[in-house]
Ligand binder design. Structure first.
Ligand SMILES: Nc1nc2c(c(=O)[nH]1)N[C@H]1C(S)=C(S)[C@@H](COP(=O)(O)O)O[C@H]1N2
Ligand SMILES: [Mo]
Length: 219
């Protein structure tokens, strides 16, 4: 009996091999709480939530906060805190992937979906990119298609509590499918643009798009 003469053969053996290969790729049956392919390459899971910013943490009372939406849109907006809370509210759960290699699973966010903001502001057909501007002077750019994803929101709460000042309260952006530097804290304005333009980290060697799944860390 040769090595190849195992009890399964032909088509059924091929199927078994294909299935086992797929399990390996998705980390099936791992005893950890998450399958391996939940973690992008080069990342590790953390349970705490690190704080990363430029060292300025604006201290904004809700009454002093507003969001301006302009540029290539049919309907420019300016929302006060009360206006923001009067928009339809949404809850989304997602993972954070920071370019400094930590990932944090299962963050519950509450706020206003990007889809709703787009429906209200009505970007012109020419709009392809957006720039976020924050109260600390930070900026970051994303393709409009990334902002239009169904898991993107402007969040005021995390795990059922108001966002703290250090994590970007009153309102921050959350774009789960990009590295977390794209998720602007202390959001002040959103500008729709026909042409791309780099933000703070994009001007300093970081990738223009920042997809963690293809390790778009540096530009
Ligand atoms: N306004 C503003 N937003 C920002 C930053 C910043 O310095 N200013 N840092 C970015 C970076 S590099 C990361 S990793 C995340 C960190 O968010 P956290 O401090 O809530 O973890 O915010 C992003 N958004
Ligand atoms: Mo970051």
């Amino acid at each position: 009996m040769s090595e190849d003469d195992v009890p399964v053969s032909g088509k059924s053996k091929d199927k078994l091999v294909a299935a086992k290969q797929a399990w390996a790729q998705e980390g099936r049956f791992l005893t950890g709480s998450h399958s391996r392919n939940r973690l992008p390459p080069g990342q590790h899971e953390t349970v705490d939530w690190p704080v990363l910013d430029l060292g300025i943490q604006p201290n904004l009372a809700e009454k002093d906060w507003s969001l301006s939406v302009g540029g290539a849109v049919e309907n420019p907006l300016k929302w006060s805190w009360d206006d923001f809370l009067a928009q339809p509210q949404t809850e989304l759960v997602s993972d954070i992937h920071c370019v400094t290699t930590w990932s944090r699973y299962d963050n519950t966010w509450n706020g206003v979906s990007a889809r709703h903001l787009l429906a209200m502001a009505k970007p012109r057909a020419s709009a392809r990119f957006i720039m976020f501007r924050s109260y600390d002077g930070y900026t970051t750019n994303v393709p409009l298609a990334r902002f239009a994803d169904d898991d993107v929101l402007l969040a005021h709460s995390w795990q059922g509590e108001k966002l703290t000042r250090e994590h970007g309260g009153p309102v921050r952006v959350v774009i789960p499918k990009l590295y977390f530097w794209k998720s602007a804290k202390w959001l002040r304005a959103i500008t729709f643009m026909d042409q791309d333009s780099p933000g703070y980290w994009e001007l300093r060697g970081y990738h223009d798009e920042g997809d963690p799944w293809t390790e778009q860390r540096y530009g």
